[in-house]
Design a protein around this ligand. Structure first.
Ligand code: 5GP
Length: 203
């Protein structure tokens, strides 16, 4: 059986990557979305174990020490990290795994898992990004400004990614994500088993 695709999905806060993923899964998207650990406070409506594993800084540090975290980063004063176990279990089972993580974490994944595919979601412009962040109304003005400053730096990092999606239209972005997954599945390195199967046939 071929292994699943490990796909990193990054983009500045407010670029709509969460919405794109939600729509991707609503349309039957074929992947497992990794649930991250974080030390930030839950937003209204966010559930522990569904959106994030919410935990104290001490708990996060202990998981790091026990090597249970595949990659991690500090973002706007909080820790975020990917629990290692579920990612490898799913990949081994042939499932695609999506990590919705920021750029520092993405570059750690590139080092640790060179086969990972890095996808960056861009907003149409910084002005549009501000509008979306303000409209979302989940952060105060100071946090919005901090996230916008952070965004400009993150967008520079997009140059190091394998694919870019400009999130003008949610449906186009979902279609592009599906196209990337399909193309990656067709790569020779992900289909070596087929060569053996074909050669195994007694002509
Ligand atoms: P938010 O607080 O808006 O949920 O997330 C802030 C940023 O942290 C987003 O860019 C999000 O993609 C990123 N993030 C969420 N989980 C992880 C993680 O496990 N690792 C890393 N490196 N970034 C994460």
């Amino acid at each position: 059986m071929s292994k699943g695709v490990l796909l990193v999905f990054s983009g500045p806060s407010g670029c709509g990557k969460g919405t794109v993923l939600k729509e991707f899964f609503a349309q039957g998207g074929n992947a497992f979305l990794s649930v991250s650990a974080t030390t930030r406070q839950p937003r209204p409506g966010e559930e522990n174990g569904v959106h994030y594993f919410f935990m104290s800084k001490e708990e996060f540090a202990s998981k790091l020490e026990q090597d249970e975290i595949l990659e991690h980063a500090t973002y706007c004063g909080n820790f975020y990290g990917t629990p290692r176990g579920p990612v490898y279990e799913r990949l081994e089972r042939g499932e695609n795994v999506i990590l919705e993580i920021e750029v520092q974490g993405a570059l750690q994944i590139r080092e640790k898992c060179p086969e990972a595919v890095l996808v960056f979601v861009l907003p149409p412009s910084l002005a549009e990004l501000r509008r979306r962040l303000v409209e979302r109304n989940t952060e105060n003005e100071e946090v919005v400004n901090r996230r916008l400053e952070q965004a400009a730096g993150e967008i520079e990092t997009a140059r190091q990614y394998d694919y870019m999606i400009v999130n003008d239209s949610i449906q186009d972005a979902v279609d592009e994500l599906n196209t990337i997954l399909k193309a990656e599945k067709l790569k020779t390195q992900n289909r070596m088993n087929i060569i053996d199967e074909v050669l195994d046939y007694d002509a």
